[in-house]
Structure formats: C-alpha cells, structure tokens
Design a protein around this ligand. Structure first.
Ligand SMILES: *[C@@H]1O[C@H](CO)[C@@H](O)[C@H](O)[C@H]1NC(C)=O
Length: 132
C-alpha cells in the first residue's frame, strides 16, 4: 500500500513536461476563437475556427519545468481576443505534467475539453473524465 501511494504521487514531483499537443475542432461548430494560456503565464497563438468549414487540427508543443505549478487553460471566444478586453466564453483548465501527448477539442457551444491524453498527468481540473 505504501509503495502504491508512492507510485501514485510520483507524477506530482516529475520535473517538467514535454507534451505534443493537438487542438481539434468538432465538425459542427460555431465560429469563434481559441487561445491557450500556459502554466508560464504566456499566451499561445489565437486560433480562429469557422462554422461550416473544415478546421484543421493545430499541433504545438508544451514544454517546460514545473508545469503543474500553474494551470494550463484553453479559452474560447466569440470575438477576437486580440481586439482587447474580450472575456472568454468558456474555459477548460487543468494542472498538467509529464511526457507524452494530449488532445484538446473544441465542441459545440465553444466548449473546450481535453479529449485524450497519454503519458500526461493531469490533476485539479478538467482532465477529460467527464467526456469519456
Ligand atoms: C511558455 O510555455 C509555452 C508552452 O510550453 C511555450 O511555447 C512558450 O515559449 C513559453 N514562454 C516562455 C516565455 O517561456
């Protein structure tokens, strides 16, 4: 039991992350914008997605040390956040750590969620459990 608890707590102290992440878009989607706010408090690029169009998956890497000190947040917007003073429509946030791959999805009603993960420890947030 003690060793099991030790194993379970290991990901929490893993030093760093190197995650190949993909942002996917539902086939049916309302036009909008998505942006990541990373654990290091910087923003990723703004991705625009359009209703009735084929929105190609976006690939990027999440890399750093102490990745789970702060949450990584996927935000969606109805208007371009680069216009300034735009509040997110929906957010999905989680504390992540580890080495592997992660898939995020933008669903109906601008709902972002984590759709799958391999080798990534995710805690204290939207870790994809409620979406199968
Ligand atoms: C913050 O983290 C993201 C994702 O790993 C990375 O792309 C970006 O370059 C980092 N920014 C800084 C200032 O370290």
């Amino acid at each position: 039991m003690t060793s099991l608890l030790f194993l379970l707590s290991l990901p929490l102290i893993a030093i760093g992350c190197d995650i190949k992440a993909t942002l996917n878009f539902n086939p049916k989607i309302q036009s909008g914008f998505a942006r990541f706010k990373f654990f290091n408090e910087t923003y990723g690029p703004v991705y625009e997605y359009r209703e009735g169009e084929k929105n190609l998956p976006q690939k990027f890497t999440i890399k750093g040390t102490f990745c789970n000190m702060k949450p990584t947040i996927l935000e969606t917007f109805e208007t371009d956040p680069r216009a300034g003073d735009v509040k997110p429509k929906k957010t999905s946030q989680a504390f992540i750590e580890g080495f592997g791959t992660m898939d995020y999805q933008i669903g109906d009603m601008h709902t972002p969620y984590l759709s799958s993960k391999i080798g990534v420890f995710c805690g204290f947030g939207d870790c994809g459990n409620s979406h199968g």
